[in-house]
Design a protein around this ligand. Structure first.
Ligand SMILES: Cc1ncc(COP(=O)(O)O)c(C=O)c1O
Length: 457
């Protein structure tokens, strides 16, 4: 039978954290307990409570450096790696990626503000979105942040706002290249039927319209074909298609200096996943752009990429405490934890799979039982694992779920009025808080009872 804890024994790839299930610093200490970043998880929960998001600084920095190193190797001197902050947005994350020389992509005023507060230079931030508000566009323009124009409405508003303020602005155009890739329908964005970006067939018209504006200068192209992608071919095709569009734009007098190929590199959530390495992905994208530029006799543009998941996912884990058990004889045993769909909506939204182990005796050396791991929310579908093999465990024991650094904290909610967990950073045996735990009282902060109701009560 397949060893379900094999992932804890695998050799760790320090060059490409997206190929590991666990953070690089994961260890089992002398008391047979799990530690990350040199910190005992049990101690962390004693101090910070559960559920708890943990981020491992070494893994995070390794991911950033793998991207920078590969870009320097395959596309020297002309690239910018941009962190897709939707994966995990905080002042801390903004600060860390800025310290690694990354830019940042944001899709709301909240993400823009977080990036600026975290110290990301404004000339390295790009602003996305298929329905930006006027207020958000104004915020971006006033802070000299480059806007990625997604549709006609966006272009029209940008023209009006830049005319009104008499401001010159540089933009990139996002388009759908018509590339299909094998990933979940909700995270596939590059095919023709997508809410994001201009259809490739409409670009000539858009290039013409931009020529009629006074303050807008088109300097870049953007496309993002989806997320959690394991194939390299779609990104090879993307490079070629995007360079063809540079040639097309040139015919309308636009000099495209920047090419942003989006993000999308997958990560290893379970033993079945086998994503390409960061090096392989960057190599594919770079070679395809270089080859197409040569063929089209074009100067190399600045190459930008926007990884999110492959920067932060593997660096993150979530710790839960086990509460109740419910055995349905002959069917299954439910084991419920103190979090669930409010801190990790991915299983209920995308049927996503994860790997996990007990914090105490992580290799299940005593025995193996199968459990359905349920969250605490009032929703039957709030199940984190349909079937998870664990050793003997009881109420109060801790479970560590791996690969939760991306699209967990940032997609979390207060469903059932459950406060969001704290997030901590671990490194070299030290733990620091990067997001404080919410309390039920925090959740009341924005509730208002109109005066006339007060009188009635
Ligand atoms: C425009 C854009 N860029 C980058 C990303 C990051 O993708 P990933 O986290 O898969 O690297 C996304 C994610 O959906 C996106 O929509």
């Amino acid at each position: 039978m397949k060893d379900k804890t094999a992932f804890l024994k695998n050799k760790i790839d320090t060059n490409s954290p997206n190929k590991n299930i666990v953070p690089i610093t994961t260890a089992i200490d002398s008391t047979n307990q799990l530690s990350i970043g040199g910190c005992s998880i049990e101690d962390l929960v004693r101090k910070y409570d559960s559920p708890l998001y943990i981020l491992d600084e070494i893994t995070l920095r390794n991911s950033c450096r793998a991207y920078r190193k590969a870009l320097e190797k395959y596309y020297p001197g002309k690239s910018l790696a941009i962190y897709a902050s939707k994966a995990n947005s905080s002042i801390f994350m903004s600060n860390l990626i800025a310290s690694e020389g990354f830019g940042l992509d944001a899709v709301s005023e909240g993400e823009l503000l977080t990036a600026l507060k975290g110290g990301v230079p404004n000339n390295k931030i790009v602003f996305h979105g298929n329905n930006k508000s006027d207020k958000e566009i104004e915020f971006a323009i006033k802070n000299n942040i480059k806007v990625i124009v997604d549709n006609n409405h966006d272009l029209k508003r940008l023209k009006e706002i830049s005319d009104y303020f008499n401001y010159d602005i540089e933009i990139m155009i996002r388009f759908t290249p018509g590339i299909e890739c094998h990933t979940h329908e909700y995270i596939r964005t590059g095919s023709f039927d997508s809410k994001f970006g201009f259809g490739i067939e409409s670009l000539s018209k858009i290039f013409e319209v931009i020529n009629t504006t006074k303050h807008i200068k088109l300097i870049g192209l953007h496309a993002h074909i989806g997320s959690q992608i394991f194939e390299l071919d779609p990104h090879n095709d993307l490079g070629q298609i995007m360079v063809d569009v540079i040639s097309q734009a040139k015919k309308f007098g636009h000099n495209i200096k920047e090419l942003n190929v989006g993000g999308g590199l997958g990560i290893k959530y379970t033993e079945e996943d086998d994503p390409p390495s960061i090096d392989e992905w960057i190599r594919t994208v770079s070679l395809s752009v270089v080859k197409a530029c040569k063929k089209n006799k074009l100067d190399l543009p600045i190459l930008m990429c926007e990884p999110g998941r492959s920067i932060v996912s593997t660096a993150g884990v979530t710790i839960y405490k086990i509460g109740s058990f419910k055995e349905i004889p002959g069917i299954r045993t439910y084991l419920s934890v103190d979090g669930g769909m409010s801190d990790n909506p991915r299983p209920i939204t995308y049927q996503s799979n994860y790997s996990a182990c007990l914090v105490k005796d992580p290799l299940n050396s005593n025995s193996k039982n199968k459990y359905t791991v349920a969250g605490k929310h009032c929703e039957s579908g709030d199940v984190l694992f349909k079937e998870l093999e664990l050793g003997n465990c009881k109420t109060g024991d801790l479970i560590c779920v791996f690969g939760t650094g991306a699209y967990n904290n940032s997609m979390s909610s207060n469903y059932n009025r459950i406060p969001k967990p704290a997030a901590i950073l671990v490194c070299d045996g030290e733990a620091e808080i990067i997001q404080r735990r919410e309390s039920p009282h925090d959740l009341l902060k924005y509730d208002v009872l109109p005066d006339r109701f007060m009188k009635q009560s």
